[in-house]
Design a protein around this ligand. Structure first.
Ligand code: MG
Length: 381
């Protein structure tokens, strides 16, 4: 049995003036990426969703491109209803189920999506909802009567629909009537909407303090990871000495794969270790001639980009260089600034240390330089 074709529509056409700032809120940064990117990634990653379409406002193409690159999108209308209708039309034929989601709810949980799609087997529509826990009261200038909260729910998105049912509901909706959401439109058209369990992670972000609250909530969903890296290269005549991405004047240089920057290699391995992505040789095999003499800065940047692609954030890196000569002290700040630049970190999050081995061993005899590093990141659990 083939699975019905399923699409997700993210409505991101608003101007978001209530959240403050010039940029519409769906494109503002939240926990390391534009708000829209959170729900886009979650919906794209769900195994039951075949395609994700973003509905943006007039003139927001550049903002979308900066946030997500060249992803499927269409231009919405003046109202939310117009934007949804434009999105449904752009999805076209062949789609049997559609999830309609507001970009202002960035944290979409796969488990809620699964519940919604399962509910569509029995009903043409399904919404995530949470029972109201607070006391509800009417009010104006003064507190009015308490409203019985029994049977009252807060309705969230994404909302799931059988495609034909929601398209028909949009077509028959009176042109002059307001609609708060798509589920109400389906109900008005006679379609039953099932309630499935929502989640507090799906709260809407509207006002400036909501951004900080959402970051804090997400923070508890992030996992801290640390990993180490270690490397050694041989000192040889006639080689350049690259340490931490800085060319250091010395009578010998490091020999080996690429520019043999032992410091950046140890840091790269530490970063790769935090996401269990093998080591530098896995990504840049020494047998591959294209890496001969290559600048190791690109290895470090690649490792950082793999972490960023998983929604991770680098919190701190610490590096120890082990050698008798050259003296690292005079170059410490240059190395620190270079590593911070490559990782796009404040220099306060980069520590550079050095030690000798009291003239013992290969480092003590000046035959080579060793480096060890540790990196700490946070990544979605
Ligand atoms: Mg190496």
């Amino acid at each position: 049995m083939t699975q019905p074709r399923t699409a997700a529509l993210i409505v991101a056409a608003g101007q978001g003036v209530r959240s403050g700032g010039e940029t519409p809120k769906q494109f503002r940064m939240l926990a390391g990426r534009p708000m829209l990117a959170h729900s886009w990634r979650a919906l794209s990653a769900h195994p039951a969703i075949d395609t994700v379409l973003v509905v943006i406002g007039e003139g927001q193409e550049d903002l979308l491109n900066a946030a997500l690159g060249d992803v499927p999108h269409t231009i919405g209308g003046a109202t939310r209803r117009d934007s949804v209708r434009a999105g449904l039309a752009a999805l076209g034929d062949g789609i049997e189920r559609v999830l309609i989601h507001d970009a202002a709810r960035p944290f979409v949980l796969g488990v809620v999506v699964t519940r919604l799609l399962e509910a569509l087997d029995a009903s043409p529509g399904a919404v995530p909802a949470l029972a109201v826990a607070d006391t509800l009261a009417r009010g104006g200038v003064a507190l009015g009567d308490v409203v019985d909260r029994n049977g009252l729910y807060r309705v969230q998105t994404p909302q799931a629909f059988r495609m034909r049912a929601i398209v028909a509901a949009h077509e028959t909706w009176p042109a002059d009537a307001e609609a708060t959401d798509d589920a109400q439109m389906l109900r008005r058209a006679g379609g039953e909407v099932a309630l499935v369990e929502g989640d507090t992670m799906l709260e809407k972000i509207t006002y400036p303090p909501d951004f900080a609250a959402a970051e804090a909530r997400l923070g508890t969903a992030m996992q801290v990871r640390s990993a180490t890296g270690f490397d050694v290269h041989k000192l040889a005549e006639g080689e350049e000495l690259w340490l931490g991405g800085v060319l250091i004047p010395h009578d010998k240089g490091l020999a080996g794969h690429s520019d043999a920057d032992v410091a950046l290699h140890a840091l790269t391995d530490a970063l790769l270790g935090t996401i269990a992505e093998g080591d530098i040789g896995t990504h840049f095999p020494p047998s591959d001639p294209q890496w001969r003499g290559a600048a190791s800065s690109q290895f470090l940047e690649h490792a950082a980009s793999l972490i960023a692609a998983r929604g991770g954030v680098i919190d701190f890196v610490d590096l120890t260089l082990i050698c008798e000569a050259p003296k690292i002290g005079p170059h410490r700040e240059a190395i620190r600034a270079r590593v911070a630049g490559l990782l796009q970190l404040d220099s306060g999050k980069v520590s550079i240390k050095a030690t000798t081995t009291e003239r013992l061993g290969f480092t003590g005899r000046g035959e080579g330089i060793a480096a060890q590093a540790i990196a700490t990141i946070r990544i979605p659990a």
